[in-house]
Design a protein around this ligand. Structure first.
Ligand code: FPP
Length: 234
């Protein structure tokens, strides 16, 4: 059952660190790849429900700049999964009304995946339902460094203010996350949205990502709504 939440006070932007695919697969004595596939399905299911329930923005951590350290088989499976799911999102672009963007360093991705991502962005640009942002080959430090380098190369008034700097980040034009959820019970940001997370509320949930459902999201939102946010003031 869904927890009661105040629909007039939804977090404008929720971010999720989708963790626990490997442990989920292990539980069923399956390969890690099966956990990632189940994780991708959990994401599709969740975005459909969030879109129907009027949520505005979700950013998910799908592949970090550090995930290349995993063995070749797992990395190539994950990249294949991105291809497959991005193609599905392209097929459903008009029907779903979900706007989709991708953040991260695209330069290391296969050209064919980059083409699909560009197509996905373009085809969903005018959708006005949920905005789903996928962090792919994303690292908070990497994003900040790329932004610094763009700022150095560009023309801007100096000294640079926070709002000026934010324009160089991958997340330009989007609100900072109000709520960051991490599944599987771990309590780390793992290089996710380091700049943007300055005043995000953090909730760690004891559920493995493939098992995550809209009910878990409602539980987190209810907890978020019970907190007082002061942004450093009193
Ligand atoms: C962390 O679990 C999960 C990942 C590194 C990959 C997340 C990717 C998906 C859920 C698929 C997303 C698909 C699309 C199309 C966006 P883990 O492997 O670290 O799990 P463990 O800690 O239990 O080993």
């Amino acid at each position: 059952m869904k927890e009661q939440i105040d629909k007039n006070n939804l977090p404008a932007h929720i971010s999720i660190i989708m963790d626990g695919n490997g442990r989920w697969a292990k539980r069923f004595m399956m390969k890690r790849s099966a956990g990632h596939r189940a994780g991708a399905t959990a994401l599709r299911r969740l975005t459909e429900r969030m879109n129907a329930d009027g949520f505005k923005m979700l950013t998910v951590y799908a592949f970090s700049t550090e995930n290349w350290k995993r063995d070749d088989e797992e990395v190539s499976y994950l990249m294949g999964l991105m291809h497959e799911y991005i193609q599905q999102y392209i097929n459903d672009a008009k029907k779903n009304n979900v706007k989709m963007t991708v953040i991260g360093d695209m330069s290391r991705l296969e050209p064919s995946l980059r083409v699909k991502i560009a197509q996905l962005r373009e085809m969903t640009a005018d959708n006005d339902g949920l905005h789903l942002c996928i962090a792919l080959n994303y690292g908070g430090r990497d994003e900040i460094l790329r932004a610094v380098n763009k700022a150095i190369a560009g023309e801007h008034s100096s000294p640079l203010q926070e709002t000026d700097f934010a324009k160089y980040l991958d997340t330009v034009g989007t609100p900072d996350p109000d709520l960051i959820i991490r599944t599987s019970g771990e309590m780390r940001l793992s290089n996710f949205l380091l700049w943007q997370a300055a005043y995000s509320e953090f909730i760690a949930m004891d559920v493995l990502w493939p098992d995550f459902k809209i009910e878990h999201l409602y539980k987190a939102v209810a907890q978020y709504q019970s907190r007082e946010r002061r942004f450093g003031g009193r």
